[in-house]
Ligand binder design. Sequence first.
Ligand SMILES: Cc1cc2nc3c(=O)[nH]c(=O)nc-3n(C[C@H](O)[C@H](O)[C@H](O)COP(=O)(O)OP(=O)(O)OC[C@H]3O[C@@H](n4cnc5c(N)ncnc54)[C@H](O)[C@@H]3O)c2cc1C
Length: 512
Amino acid sequence: MPDFDVITVGAGHNALITSAYLAQAGYKVGVFERRDVVGGAVSTKEIVPGYQFDLGGSAHILIRLTPIIEELGLERYGLEYIDIDPLFFAPYRDGESVFIHRSEQKTVEGLERSYPGEGEAYRRFMDDWRPFGKAVKELFLSTPSPLNLGKKMIFGKAIKGDWKKALPKILKPYGEVVDSYFKEERVKTPLVWMAAQSGPPPSEPFSSPFVLWQPLYHESGMARPKGGSGMLTQALGRHIEAHGGQLFVNASVEKILVEGTRATGVQVGGQVYTARSVVAGTHALETFGKLLPEAHRPEGSRHMRVGNGFGAILRLALNAPVRYSAHPGDAARRALGLICRDRAQLSAAYGDFLAGRPAADPPIVAMSFSAVDDTLAPPGGEVLWLWAQYFPYELAHGARWADIEDEVAERILDAYEVYAPGTKAKVVGKLFQHPEWLERHLGLYRGNVMHLEMSLDQMFALRPFLGMAEYKTHLKGLYLTGASTHPGGGIMGASGRNAARVVLKDLEKKKV
Ligand SMILES: Cc1cc2nc3c(=O)[nH]c(=O)nc-3n(C[C@H](O)[C@H](O)[C@H](O)COP(=O)(O)OP(=O)(O)OC[C@H]3O[C@@H](n4cnc5c(N)ncnc54)[C@H](O)[C@@H]3O)c2cc1C
């Protein structure tokens, strides 16, 4: 009799979601996590006394497109989501600004007032690509296969009107797609900067979906778990335990055990734990390159592209709220601040990155979520997190992050100060998470927060690589989940839910 029905390796949010569905279905689940807390890149810690800092993802957008929270009843386990509106705020140095609200209509009206014609252009953009966004969402929630792709894209009427007109746009780099709708650089830039959050640069061919799913933001909105991002994964942990599952922290899996062609369990601290099925929620490089015996390493796993990092985040504790010159009100504090002058700034930052240098003039995404959640900072205080791009993991000329981290952190704060003067004087504590930090502390190889590069050659049925994309592996009883699998990185949980469906189907088959 095995120790568990299912063992999950790693407790990132995807692996926890898989575990929760399996536990809820009545299976005995054991989750093994290397760190001292569950959650992986969705966790929160008091880094500066009185200030709760997320250590990974903060903006909960994609998960709001899924039925996960309701299906698992996570509110009963302490999860409380706070909706955020406006969604995005783009300040400019001369005092102008652009807001994207949860309401499409309000967004259109605001744009039309500031830039006549652009509101109507936004409405056209949304109307044209709403069906596409819907099809993408359905693809995210299904196992990736060429059949599914065809079904959802073609028969799901993903394109409004003529395919021949739409296809050239779909094949374009996302940095260019906006040119066919908008005239104002100040409207184009926030859309493109938001699209750049997935990693690939605005010049990458076939990357247009990153901007074409803009209508989904109006559907999903953006939210924050009260108490910090990690409250999502804490709630998942409580759900698993309430359904008889066991969570092991400080429990680094050393090996996935294989007998013949079947995975039979894991080894942790020299001790063997057996299971009918093993789900690896770890980075694909960890799973295939470290945990599986070399003889069972599939060839495809040797060619996965992890890239060279791309973002870094400066977490700040402030003794007073931020104030933007372009909009001193609280609406700007609540929204995700998309701080980028124009697309040229983004391209220049990417140019530095290609040359192995940290961006000299980085665009920033600013988050001050204490504006909506007073548990994150002491009374009167503020958390301010500045995500910036592009920053290579491996630096040119043998430079080391340990030698440059203070200067680069200062550079990010300087870039922000221009838009919110006086911020520097409010800083009472900080944490700088550069790509090398992300690898060392969160196990994100080469600092890529998406695990593997999110480019077309590694998406859908090609993620993590061909033949291993349907959450199953070449070994019986071994399954995959996490950002290394479809649909990739971000706080979404779709991979976790999709994987649970596949594992459940196999477990149920064995019952009869
Ligand atoms: C700084 C930062 C900012 C981000 N911002 C956002 C955002 O605002 N919005 C958004 O949607 N996304 C954001 N992301 C991306 C998102 O958080 C991640 O893509 C996502 O959380 C990855 O989840 P996962 O389930 O794949 O696994 P991971 O979170 O990578 O978890 C894998 C787990 O496996 C564990 N592990 C590894 N090896 C072993 C082993 N041998 N034994 C046991 N355990 C092991 C690790 O410790 C880890 O807990 C951000 C990420 C970072 C780091």
